[in-house]
Design a protein around this ligand. Structure first.
Ligand code: MLC
Ligand code: AMP
Length: 541
């Protein structure tokens, strides 16, 4: 069944926009920057100059704030530097940096220069970063740490220039080729986000400029995001949530953001108050921690606090409301599609639901593999038995926000349903009022603190240890993290001990980013399997 479209939930002003058919984010940003040159856009609380003793300076926004015109000039110079490094339009730029203003400028410059941004978690180990570099063959890698830069160089199979994030500071004025900035077209690739999708090894979802503008524009419209809004930004910058929703959204709305660089409940509370913030975006783990933080009632004074990337338990939703007066707005998205549905700004924000389709996005529920996207078939409500209200079916989405495919993965793309529908691997149902409820996943995925962990990747790493005969990885429910990664190990010698558990955790930590490492290691004499030999994960959970 097709969910009722955004037009039935939102005011006409929010749905009459052209969602990405024309234009690009960089072109829209520069228009906004030109119109409000002195407006404060980004407050860099990640730098020493902006430590808490110097924030609180809303009266003198130049203190720690980067204005629209300064951002325009810095990103223009940084784009020139990327070209000087040899990158040409269409080339990929791997960007693996801790949060900083320089890192932000570098990322924006990549898009302005017509290059393709490939974010990579700065916590990645050599094998994880190496996979991205070898797969995407970047012309440039912007990396803020020598060890990671060396890993990237070692993995490169094509000529690679490695630079630090301070691209702007090194640019030579006057050397910029004219007429090449902000000229990418909506159909040009803009960003490749690595994700495992519903199956397999991490692959790059290619998002065009049109996808980005549509995905971000729908939020600006639906959330009535305006130039007076100010976001406290404490999310990682290398995922869709922090980068596309938080940063790109701020810039498209002509609004401002305080970049904290990392999440700390007290810093969020302080920044909300000192900077007169109107917005906060977080993952459920952040709301879990904020709910118990002194001064968290500051959330109740925000215009909007948004949760996403993982299920927000209804009990936590209610606890945040009771403790802070803030009714969190939950929304739902993926790397491949950016945001798909959202609870309403005006109207009831229903706990345990992710709301309605965003402007321009079609959402339907159908049986997996049932031709859910077959052209011309079942476009109306109520087709297919057992789909729709109250019954879990797979969620499919279609719209100008949806990636056209994965980087050099024809086999994965060939598996896509026809008609432009994207199979999310998430299971959902709609309630009588039309709110989408996510009820589970058909894909093997653990979500810990809003980060996705693919069991197969962790199993591959642990399975290479000589003391491991077999291993299966699952998610164990956790109030704080949503799920924590648990490894079920069949030891080679038949035994298992806390010592071996710690050895395996250290082994994993050398090869995997911290959030993928098993918090819990359990030993079994054998893994439960079906008659066909498939591991029965449900039995382990
Ligand atoms: C940190 N650790 C984690 C973890 N984050 N372990 C499991 N899961 C996680 N998510 C590790 C640390 O490395 C550390 O390990 C230990 O846990 C304690 O760390 P901490 O200081 O308590 O954690 P912190 O650094 O505060 O990080 C918690 C967090 C972070 C919630 C702030 O995980 C986070 O920023 N999550 C946001 C994820 C996100 O942006 N997802 C968006 C995906 S886009 P040790 O070994 O040192 O003890 C997407 C689409 C969409 O999904 O819809 O948005
Ligand atoms: P990623 O691949 O990192 O983009 O993660 C996308 C996945 O995060 C989705 O397929 C969902 O499983 C999950 N997700 C995102 N937002 C929500 C939400 N509000 N509720 C439940 N799951 C979510």
């Amino acid at each position: 069944m097709l969910l009722r479209p955004a037009a039935e939930h939102l005011p006409a002003s929010a749905t009459s926009l052209d969602m990405g058919a024309s234009g690009t984010l960089p072109a829209a940003w520069v228009r906004t920057w030109a119109a409000a040159g002195s407006a404060p856009v980004l407050f860099d609380a990640t730098s020493a100059a902006a430590r808490p003793d110097s924030i609180g300076s809303t009266a003198s926004p130049s203190d720690g704030w980067t204005s629209a015109e300064a951002l325009e000039a810095a990103t223009r110079r940084a784009a020139g530097r990327l070209w000087q490094l040899g990158a040409a339009p269409g080339d990929r730029v791997v960007w693996s940096c801790r949060p900083s203003l320089d890192a932000v400028v570098a990322a924006l410059a990549v898009l302005r220069a017509g290059l393709v941004l490939v974010p990579a978690n700065p916590d990645y180990r050599a094998r994880e970063l190496g996979h991205v570099v070898a797969d995407v063959r970047p012309a440039v890698a912007v990396i803020d740490e020598p060890a990671r830069a060396a890993w990237a160089s070692a993995a490169a199979i094509a000529p690679l220039a490695v630079a630090g994030p301070d691209l702007d500071g090194r640019a030579a004025a006057g050397e910029l080729p004219g007429g090449l900035l902000d000229v990418a077209s909506p159909s040009d690739p803009a960003l490749i986000g690595y994700t495992s999708g519903t199956t397999g090894a991490p692959k790059g979802a290619v998002l065009t400029h049109g996808n980005l503008l549509a995905g971000v524009g729908s939020l600006v419209a639906a959330w009535r995001w305006e130039d007076g809004d100010r976001l406290v930004h404490a999310l990682p910058l290398f995922h869709a949530h922090g980068l596309c929703v938080g940063l790109f959204g701020t810039l498209l709305a002509g609004a401002s953001a305080v970049l904290l660089g990392r999440f700390d409940p007290q810093a969020v509370v302080d920044a909300c108050g000192r900077h007169h913030a109107t917005l906060f975006f977080g993952v459920p783990t952040m709301y879990h921690r904020l709910a118990g933080a002194p001064g968290a009632d500051v959330l109740g004074r925000l215009r909007l606090a948004v949760s996403g990337s993982a299920p927000l338990p209804p009990a936590l939703h209610r606890r945040v409301s009771e403790l802070t007066g803030c009714v969190v707005l939950e929304r739902y998205g993926l790397t491949e599609t950016l945001m798909n549905t959202s609870n309403p700004v005006d109207g009831e924000r229903r706990p345990g639901t992710v709301g309605f389709p965003l402007p321009g996005v079609e959402v339907r529920l159908a049986r997996s593999g049932s031709g859910s996207g077959r052209e011309g078939e079942g476009e109306g409500e109520g087709e297919g038995e057992g789909e729709g209200e109250g019954v879990a079916a797979e969620i499919f989405v279609r719209g100008p926000n949806v990636s056209g495919g994965y980087w050099e993965r024809p086999a994965a793309d060939a598996g896509r349903p026809a008609g432009g529908w994207f199979a999310t691997g998430d299971l959902g149902a709609v309630d009588t009022a039309g709110y989408l409820r996510i009820l589970g996943r058909s894909k093997e995925l653990v979500i810990s603190g809003g980060f996705n962990v693919y069991p197969a990747e962790v199993e591959d790493v642990l399975g290479a240890h000589p003391a491991v005969r077999e291993v299966a990885v699952t998610g164990t429910p956790s109030d704080e993290w949503g799920e924590v990664v648990t490894a079920w190990v069949v030891p080679s010698d038949g035994g298992g001990s806390p010592d071996l558990g710690r050895v395996l955790q250290r082994f994993a930590a050398e090869r995997l980013a911290p959030y993928k490492c098993p918090r819990i290691v359990r030993f079994l004499p054998a893994l439960p399997r079906t008659a066909l030999g498939k591991v029965q994960r449900a039995e382990l959970r």
